[in-house]
Design a protein around this ligand. Sequence first.
Ligand code: ADP
Ligand code: MG
Length: 274
Amino acid sequence: MTKQTMTDIAPAAQQADRPVLELTEVGKTYGSGRDAVEAIRSVSFDVRAGEMIAIVGPSGAGKTTLLNCIVGLLSATKGAVLFEGQKVKGPPEAMAVVFQDYSRSLLPWRSVRSNVELPIRKKHKDRATVRAKADEALAAVGLSHVDRKYPWQLSGGMQQRVAIARALAYEPDILIMDEPFASLDAIVRAELEDLVLTIVRELNMTALIVTHDIDEAVYLADRVFVLTKSPTEIAEEIEVPLAKPRHQVSTKGDPRFAQLRSHIYSLITEIAAR
Ligand code: ADP
Ligand code: MG
């Protein structure tokens, strides 16, 4: 960033160049006094429109805490989060979130279809449009046949697919995901990684995913941020120059994929030993 202030730039340029998401020295301490737990020391980064960012770090690093600060469910105790130029104070309308804990993200008293349709109705008043968008998303995650069932009648993996369908169907400006594929088997996981990549690309969405899986981070992202242990900071930012669209076999077979994976693996091992 240059030292130029926003008032020095013409309004049109402000819009065009402005990152979608801007974190400036974000810190988070839970509690106070002797019970204080500093989860995030200081994290700063920008996310540009259309980028896919992966955040990796060891368990307990502060990934979920950071994500909750970004989506406005927690307020940072230091620094600021700006989304589309506005300070985040609560969950912004143009964001969709897929939580790590799928069992708490769906409404148990509503059917699968109704869970997926609910957020779409905020954007589209026309009933046929709402239905069509829900149909498309449910088909994409392979769950058209269970649309009348309730979340508690489905396996964990299926519930998480409903949560992913709901987020994609909403067509947010930014999609935020906290370890969304952690509970899924390898094949479903690969399918859903590709589904998310395809839809994010088609709709020109910006996305940020938190994961502890190094392969997943490299496969999905344009840039990977590796976090230190808690209280967390960014240990390193890694560009992923692999061609897009990605492909499960050829991308993972690219020698640069192996190099990036080893580099991040060494870095995380080194962080764990600190
Ligand atoms: P991750 O998602 O990377 O596993 P978390 O963000 O869940 O990490 O946790 C980061 C740190 O903050 C941990 O030390 C954890 O114990 C602590 N922490 C998380 N949530 C709370 C909370 N509600 N109150 C106090 N400490 C918390
Ligand atoms: Mg977590």
